[in-house]
Design a protein around this ligand. Structure first.
Ligand SMILES: [Zn+2]
Length: 340
């Protein structure tokens, strides 16, 4: 304000000194002079107290503010993106780990399932040579040393006890198991051997015969499976060769089920005694089931006298099961006894 006053005073002196110019009244002179005088802003630095006009300073600040806001925003965006990347990577890692565990589990289940197959057969991949590998429960099929069937030779001829057959006419049911034709006989039919009673469970067939005697087999064999004390099994084997019609087999063939695994229960009876030859001499040895799980500790009683079945009866069975016999197994020095 003092500057303005000084300037105003200076100008008044100059104007007063000019003789030609009537001096305007003091109050009126100040305004035009002031108006013509260049704005002090045009020469900054003339005074130390000068400050730039408010609008210009605000623009710079605004620009600075805007820039710093943009930088902050950009940084925030970058931080957010980085955070997202970390989250996504963590998620992907978690998913990959979950998949790896799932695959591992599936592989273990598959491996386990592989060792629990039940689809055994008599040929190829699921045939006798692979039974032991197909199911953990079937290890005996490969590692057992008392397996059946065997080639019966060099038997010890002794006075073997007579097997007591306590069989009688019985009702039965019949099923094509997918591995053989099997006849389940009603309870109450027993054999007595080694002072033990074994109850007849089923009668079934194999083609060709599983047993060999001195290297020779027959066209078919009939197995009569019995269960004794503690679940121990005793199997009577009757070799079948071509010849006359077999009465019991004819009754069984007459009642064959139309479909696999379908059970039929005819309203007639069979006498299991008809499954036996006249003479009752036999070979005996300790062996196993000839099908998986190849359970051992089975008492085998192989009748020495063969029975006959007609070519038609043989042909009919071979249409269903041309091959359902396990090959002979090593004897590993087992004792074989035979009736004199
Ligand atoms: Zn059998």
């Amino acid at each position: 304000m003092r500057n303005w006053i000084a300037l105003f005073a200076g100008c008044s002196v100059m104007l007063t000194a000019s003789a030609n110019n009537p001096a305007p009244p003091a109050g009126k002179t100040a305004a035009p002079v002031k108006a013509d005088t260049p704005a002090p802003a045009a020469t900054p630095g003339r005074t130390s107290a000068y400050t730039p006009p408010a609008p210009q300073r605000s623009k710079e600040e605004e620009a600075e503010l805007e820039l710093s806001q943009k930088i902050a925003q950009r940084l925030a965006e970058m931080r957010e993106k980085q955070k997202q990347r970390v989250v996504t990577a963590a998620r992907a890692q978690k998913a990959a780990e979950a998949k790896r565990l799932q695959d591992q589990k599936a592989a273990a289940i598959a491996a386990e399932a592989k060792r629990h197959r039940t689809d055994w057969s008599y040929e190829g991949e699921t045939g006798p040579a692979n039974w032991a590998q197909m199911n953990v429960e079937w290890a005996k099929c490969g590692a057992g040393q008392r397996q059946s069937p065997i080639d019966i030779r060099d038997g010890m001829k002794v006075d073997l006890e007579q097997v007591g057959f306590d069989y009688h006419p019985s009702t039965f049911s019949e099923v094509d198991t997918g591995h053989t034709i099997e006849v389940t006989v009603e309870g109450g039919n027993f054999i007595n051997v080694g002072n033990e009673m074994y109850e007849l469970q089923n009668i079934h067939f194999h083609r060709p015969s599983e047993e060999r005697i001195n290297g020779r087999g027959t066209e078919m064999v009939m197995h009569l499976v019995h269960k004794g004390p503690g679940g121990r099994l005793a199997v009577v084997a009757v070799l079948l060769e071509r010849g006359e019609q077999h009465r019991l087999i004819q009754t069984i063939w007459n009642n064959l089920p139309l479909e696999k695994r379908a059970t039929v229960s005819p309203a007639i009876v069979i006498n299991p005694l008809d499954a036996l030859p006249e003479r009752r001499e036999y070979y005996t040895y300790m062996g196993s089931l000839t099908t998986p799980p190849c359970t051992e500790d089975v008492l085998w009683l192989v009748m020495k006298q063969k029975m006959q079945a007609s070519p038609e009866q043989m042909a009919l069975y071979s249409r269903l099961y041309p091959l359902n016999a396990r090959p002979v197994q090593p004897t590993f020095g087992r004792v074989i006894k035979e009736s004199n």
